[in-house]
Ligand binder design. Structure first.
Ligand code: FE2
Length: 422
């Protein structure tokens, strides 16, 4: 063996497990493994998880906070306008530098796979070229999947069709869209139809920003389900955000959910962004705006939580911590039931891995030895503490490590060291 991790707790509840790794793969998982290895880590009852996966991000905009100015209103529309102001000043080098810096942050947080939308509404396609280079550079340690995203609208942007096809020709992986931002509901519907046809013809997956509004009558998810079934794309299409579903009439949702199940629709909710950007026109009570996560999980849909933004025109905060994302999602969706909390952990690990179609992901014999050892005993504790990542392992190699977090107290008659866990 190259590496053995001893006495691990696994997310599914197994405990006292030794994980044997050879040639970058998990070759054995059992208790009291007698084999020896070149290197051993004693997990001492801590949680060992497959890596975090972010199914929805914008790496072309990340870490650009303050360029060229801050979003004064904090709204989605000012964010889009601000990104438009920044675009003419972008360079390939600047986008790459920010993206690579973000990937470093991600690795330190055990986030080893990211699906990033990349804006194709720039005639120079600078962000596309930059992120294609980044995808190649980070491949040894992070899986980056790119979505061709017409940020300013597929029909609202001159040449968007040609730009999108060029981006796909250059190697962008997934077809994106933004139907609710087209000029009319009808043009939004047509954009879904055209973009799904392009994806079907090219054999690609689809991931659309869909119904990211508080409009209870926004219906693009309905069109997306219909086009998915029409093209035989079941299981390969993702509806991102779906915030309008928060505000939809319950009777209509009772019709929509089975249609989504029929299409095997994947869903990505972005709780940090949804809770800050939605409901902005409300006085009180204010809508939360996040889509119907537990209801969709309840009918068996793959529902992931995405980060969406970190320090960009739309969101000044964030830190590549998918436990922070899941923690917010859990609270906003009121998913405090025991099994629900475990589902929230899966929504930033195995579920987005499935949405991205990652191969070799998981904690079973034969899977890639991509692992995170957390300073927590189980998924719920990891969520509660947004636990420290003690070791991040990629293909059997330690690529990041941290000292355990603990506080040194100076109080009369109290222990001097206070473990962060208890
Ligand atoms: Fe987004």
């Amino acid at each position: 063996m190259d590496l053995i991790i001893r006495n691990a707790n696994l997310p599914d509840g197994r405990s006292g497990i030794d994980i044997g790794i050879k040639n970058g793969k998990i070759v054995v998982l059992e208790s009291s493994l007698s084999a020896k290895a070149t290197e051993e880590i004693d997990a001492s009852g801590k949680l060992v998880s497959p890596p975090f996966v972010d199914a929805h991000f914008h790496m072309d905009a990340t870490l650009s906070l303050g360029l060229p100015r801050l979003n004064q209103s904090g709204t989605l529309l000012e964010g889009i306008a601000l990104w438009g102001e920044l675009k003419p000043h972008l360079t390939v080098e600047a986008i790459k530098e920010r993206a690579l810096r973000y990937c470093d942050l991600a690795v330190a947080r055990g986030l080893l796979a990211i699906r990033s939308h990349v804006d194709i509404c720039d005639p120079r396609l600078l962000a596309v070229d930059a992120l294609l280079e980044v995808r190649k550079e980070v491949a040894p340690y992070l899986d980056l999947q790119l979505v061709a995203f017409p940020q300013d609208g597929f029909f609202r942007t001159p040449m968007a069709s040609e730009l999108l096809e060029t981006a796909l020709d250059r190697g962008v992986d997934v077809v994106g869209g933004i139907p609710h931002f087209e000029r009319t509901m009808d043009e939004g519907k047509k954009s879904v139809e055209v973009l799904c046809r392009i994806a079907a013809e090219r054999g690609l997956r689809v991931d659309m920003h869909c119904d990211e509004s508080d409009d209870p009558l926004s219906r693009h998810i309905e069109t997306l389900t219909a086009e998915t079934v029409r093209h035989g794309l079941q299981g390969r299409v993702t509806g991102s955000h779906l915030t309008s579903m928060h505000s939809m009439d319950n009777y209509y949702v009772s019709k929509l959910l089975p249609l989504m199940a029929e299409a095997e629709m994947n869903v990505v909710s972005n709780p940090l962004i949804n809770i800050t950007l939605q409901g902005r026109h409300d006085t009180y009570p204010k809508r939360r705006g996040m889509t119907r996560v537990p209801e969709m999980m309840g009918i068996g849909l793959n529902v992931a939580f995405g980060h969406d933004c970190v320090m960009d025109p739309w969101y000044s905060l964030g830190s590549a911590d998918m436990l922070e994302v899941a923690n917010m999602g859990l609270h906003v969706a009121q998913m405090t039931g025991v099994e629900q909390m475990k589902s929230c952990f899966r929504a930033v690990t195995e579920i987005p891995a499935s949405i991205l179609g990652l191969e070799g992901y998981g904690l079973e014999k034969g899977c890639n030895a991509d692992l995170v050892i957390l300073q927590a005993a189980d998924p719920v504790e990891a969520l509660r503490l947004k636990a420290n990542r003690l070791f991040v392992i990629r293909r059997g190699n330690i690529i990041s490590s941290s000292q355990p977090v603990e506080a040194k107290l100076d109080l009369p008659s109290r222990p001097k060291i206070h473990n962060y866990l208890s």
